[in-house]
Write a protein that binds this ligand. Sequence first.
Ligand code: NAD
Length: 503
Amino acid sequence: MVTTTDTATTGENDPAVDISLPRGLLIGGDLLTQSSGGTHGHIYPATGQVNATIPLAGATEIDQAVTAGWEAHREWMSFPPARRRELLFDVADAVRENLSQFAQLNTHDYAVPVSYAATAPLLEEFLRHFAGYVDKPHGASTPVSGSFDINLIEREPYGVVGVIAPWNGSLVVAAACVAPALAAGNAVVLKPSELAPFAAIRFGELCSEVGLPAGLVNVVPSGPDGGAALVRHPGIRKIHFTGGTATAREVLREAATNLTPVVAELGGKSADIVFDDADLDLATAISAHQGPLMQSGQSCACASRILVQSSVYDAFVEKFVATVGAANIGDPFDPAVSFGPVISESAADRILGEIDRAVSERAGELILGGNRVGSDRIGDRLAQGYYVEPTVFAAVDNASRLARTETFGPVVSVIRFETEADAVRIANDTSYGLNAFVHTTDLGRTHRVARQLEAGSVWVNHFSDISPQGPYGGYKQSGFGRTGGLEGLHEFLQVKNIRIAMR
Ligand code: NAD
């Protein structure tokens, strides 16, 4: 395993590195600092400097974590439901007590502005919500035709499940997957990306500190090798994968080894439709936040295709460019900053390459950004950080590569349309189907359009705001299965039918 400490300057003395970053593997309640998967020099993207060296899980540690998970699962299920529910509430309380630490760790993880690092409150909310399901009925009993037999339909935990998180949301994944998995009775092996391990490790520590059985939540930061070992492990009964579409194909191939079922939460190329009856100021604010600004466009829910009706096209574009252009770019630890860097040097290079390609292919007209952010704007301390300007292309052709592929950066396409039918056709003309956004004040249009959009979530006059009550997931190549809602809980339960003869 290659370590990046050899090539990057250490940032251990950087003022941004002012708290002790958790590093290690949490297995069976122990924090391991040595492992078989090598080490990784974690780079803080705002400075391009290493801020911690972390051990990575290899196949040996994955195996230990799965074994610890099975022991913990048996202990967990031996507790009365009320005790399990109270312990999950205790985890939620502990998360609440550490909200500011989690916000800091999120920022250390991937340089998301601390002003936006709001995923721990979501984690608390999901924990409380799903804790409430522990003592609720999971099954049913039904009559059977032709007899008086008792027919029970029960839902049981899988045992030990693997949860694989992308770098841009380890706590969101903890919320949307770990909380329902535990409430359903499973133990979890959570694999955060090596690019963003800290908040996930701290979450695992809290689970142990409040008294969950040792090994109920194991946290094994690693790269693709550790992820593959987890998916292939015969003791893993279900995989919940969140990440890119190409990686999902590999995960499905690996899962075929043991025919392990997989939930896949993948990427998107979401349409954001602005109709001529929309509140343009609100539509602009939502589209700017949901498009290039939030997490520098590095969100599965990025509104990367902004479809605008012809009669308001010019007015919208003017407002939109002014709003996006006014983003406060800078140090992610500064609470006034709303726009930070992208995750890595290679991501910055890839995004800038996509911008150059879109220009040379005349995919649209570049009307804002398109370059690395200069040190005149962010200062010398951040000059080696991976800052790419918020970038807007107008008059984009929906058939272009720019409009077809997930850029996963602060780059959006504005596309003009004439009629409602055109908007729906263009929005659906993509291989993805995660989110769609609609801006309108017409109730009839809201219903008509929302029902025609091929997307797992449709947000009307709203940004993407996942909640424990809302099942979230993709249509088409954005994946299958759901997080959140009863559907999200059921992903972590398997169905058993018990029939008792009554003679
Ligand atoms: P990625 O696909 O590169 O990695 C995701 C995770 O999979 C990481 O933990 C990685 O280490 C692991 N992994 C890589 N190769 C693996 C393999 N062969 N077997 C098992 N695990 C493997 O994605 P990323 O760059 O971390 O995240 C960005 C992607 O995630 C984007 O496409 C984004 O849209 C998507 N995403 C989706 C959602 C959602 O809810 N739908 C949420 C956040 C991010």
